[in-house]
Design a protein around this ligand. Structure first.
Ligand code: SAJ
Length: 423
C-alpha cells in the first residue's frame, strides 16, 4: 500500500515519517522545492523534537521520498495550510481554502478508482464536501461519495490533526483520532489507514461533525484563555494579584482557570475559532468576543511597558529614550519552543523596538533574531546580561530558564510580568 501525503509542513511531514516508520511506502508531496530537497537528504526544514531522527531513518531505509509532483498512491492525506483572510469589508475573517483546492487539483490526475482521500487540514464546516466537489469536477470519469454514496470509486474523509507542537511524534501515535467519513465505508477506510500507527482510539463520525469537533477543541481553549486574560486586566485595575487569585479559585473542585499571558499565538488557536464565527456570525457571540479579548492582550501588555518607560523617565529625567534599555524575555509563541509564528511576544518586542529605546531580546530557543526584529537598536542577549543592563524588564514567555532565574528577574526595578513568572 502506498500513502501519499500532500503538504510536508508541521503536520504532514511527521505524519508521513511515522507511516514510513511502520514500513509503509510514503510519497511526500510539497510545492516547496527546498523542503523536498531537504527531506530527500534525510534532513528536516522545520523544528520538532525527534522528527529529524524519524525522517532520517524513513528516507535512508527507502520508505519515504519527497517530490513536487503527485504520483499514484492508494491513499492521499492532505495536510496543507488553511489560513484566514479578510473580506472586502476587512471585518470578517474567512477561511482560505485555496491550498486545499490546489492540492485537490494536483492529485486529481493521478487518482484511481479505489483510492481514499483524507483531509487533515483544520477546516471550516463543509470544506471536506467542497474538496470532494473539486475532485469530482477535475475527474468526471470517476464517481464520488456526494453523488454515488457507498458505491463511489473514491472514498473521502476528514480526520483533523490534534497534535501539540513540541510533542508531535508522541501525540500522533498516542492521541485519539476523530474520523469523519462522507459515508460509513469512507470512515472505515480512513480508520484502517490511521490504525497503521495510531495507538489511541479512532472514533467514527461524519465529515461535518469531525470538522466542527476540531474547531470546537481549539475554540474551547481560546475562550478559556480569554477568560484568564480578561481576569488579568480586571485584577490589574482592582489592584489584585491575578496569579494568586487564579490559584485560590482553582482550589474549588470544579474550577480550572487557565493562565493569562501576552496573548494567544500559534497558527491554530488564534485562527480556528474564526471559522466558526464566519459560519455563524450571529450565533457565535462568545467565541467571537474571546478572539477579540485575546487579540487585544498584546496591546494591553504594551501599555504596561510604556508605563514603566514613563516611570524610568520620572526617576532619571536626563535619560532620553535611546538611553533606556528594555529587556524582552521570550519571543516564541509559547514556552520552551523556538516557534515564532503568530507570536504575540514577538509582536510586542517589535512594537517596543519602534519606541526608540534599546531592546535586548532574550530567547534561549533561537540562535539569531528573525528578520522582523533586525534593527540597530535590537540585539539578542543572554539572560544575565539583559537583567544587568536593562532599565525595564518584560517577561513575555514563561520559558524554563527564566523560571530557574526568577529570583534575579524579581530584582528588576521596572518589571512587566505578562505571564506570572513571579506569581
Ligand atoms: N496560552 C495561554 N494560556 C494558557 C495556555 C495557552 O496564554 O493557559 C497561549 C500560549 O502561550 C500560546 C497559545 O495560547 O500562545 C496557544 O498555545 P496552546 O499550547 O494552547 O496550543 P497550540 O496552538 O500549541 O496547539 C493547539 C492544541 N489544541 C488544544 O490544546 C485544544 C493542539 O492539540 C492542536 O493540535 C493545535 O492547537 C492545532 O494544531 O490545532
Amino acid at each position: 500500500n502506498t500513502i501519499s501525503v500532500i503538504g510536508l509542513g508541521y503536520i504532514g511531514l511527521p505524519t508521513a515519517a511515522v507511516f514510513a516508520s511502520r514500513k509503509k511506502k510514503v510519497i511526500g508531496v510539497d510545492v516547496n522545492q527546498h523542503a523536498v530537497d531537504t527531506i530527500n537528504k534525510g534532513e528536516i526544514h522545520i523544528v520538532e523534537p525527534e522528527l529529524d531522527i524519524v525522517v532520517h531513518a524513513a528516507v535512508t531505509e527507502g520508505y519515504l521520498h519527497a517530490t513536487t509532483q503527485p504520483e499514484p498512491a492508494d491513499a492521499y492525506l492532505i495536510a496543507v495550510p488553511t489560513p484566514f483572510y479578510h473580506d472586502e469589508t476587512g471585518s470578517s475573517h474567512k477561511a482560505d481554502l485555496s491550498y486545499i483546492e490546489a492540492a485537490s487539483k494536483a492529485i486529481a490526475p493521478v487518482l484511481q478508482a479505489g483510492n481514499l482521500v483524507v483531509l487533515e487540514s483544520t477546516s471550516p464546516v463543509g470544506a471536506t464536501e467542497q474538496m470532494a466537489a473539486w475532485l469530482a469536477e477535475a475527474r468526471p470519469d470517476l464517481t464520488f461519495p456526494q453523488t454515488h454514496g457507498e458505491d463511489s470509486d473514491i472514498r473521502i474523509a476528514h480526520c483533523p490533526e490534534r497534535v501539540l507542537p513540541g510533542h508531535v511524534i508522541r501525540e500522533l501515535v498516542e492521541n485519539d483520532r476523530v474520523i469523519g467519513g462522507m459515508t460509513p465505508k469512507c470512515s472505515q477506510a480512513a480508520k484502517a489507514l490511521y490504525k497503521i500507527f495510531v495507538e489511541g482510539e479512532c472514533v467514527i463520525t461524519n465529515a461535518r461533525t469531525a470538522e466542527m469537533a476540531k474547531l470546537t477543541e481549539n475554540s474551547f481553549r481560546d475562550v478559556n484563555i480569554a477568560f484568564a486574560n480578561e481576569l488579568s486586566v480586571i485584577c490589574d485595575k482592582l489592584d489584585i494579584n491575578v496569579w494568586e487569585l487564579i490559584a485560590l479559585a482553582n482550589r474549588h473542585p470544579r474550577v480550572n482557570i487557565l493562565q493569562p499571558g501576552a496573548g494567544v499565538g500559534g497558527h491554530c488557536i488564534a485562527v480556528d475559532p474564526w471559522f466558526i464565527v464566519d459560519s455563524c456570525p450571529e450565533e457565535a457571540k462568545l467565541i467571537h468576543t474571546a478572539r477579540l479579548v485575546n487579540d487585544g492582550k498584546p496591546q494591553w501588555v504594551l501599555e504596561q511597558i510604556r508605563k514603566q518607560l514613563d516611570a524610568v523617565h520620572c526617576t532619571h529625567p536626563a535619560k532620553t529614550r535611546s538611553d533606556i534599555t528594555v529587556a524582552c524575555l521570550g519571543i516564541a509563541f509559547k514556552p520552551d519552543i523556538d516557534d515564532l509564528r503568530e507570536s504575540p511576544a514577538l509582536g510586542i518586542a517589535q512594537q517596543v523596538a519602534t519606541l526608540g529605546c534599546k531592546v535586548q531580546i532574550v530567547e534561549p530557543n533561537i540562535e539569531a533574531l528573525p528578520a522582523k526584529l533586525q534593527a540597530d537598536n535590537v540585539s539578542l542577549a543572554p539572560l544575565h546580561q539583559a537583567l544587568t543592563q536593562a532599565d525595564v524588564v518584560c517577561v513575555l514567555v514563561k520559558h524554563k530558564p527564566f523560571i530557574e532565574h526568577a529570583d534575579q528577574v524579581r530584582e528588576s526595578k521596572h518589571l512587566v510580568d505578562a505571564v506570572g513568572l513571579l506569581g
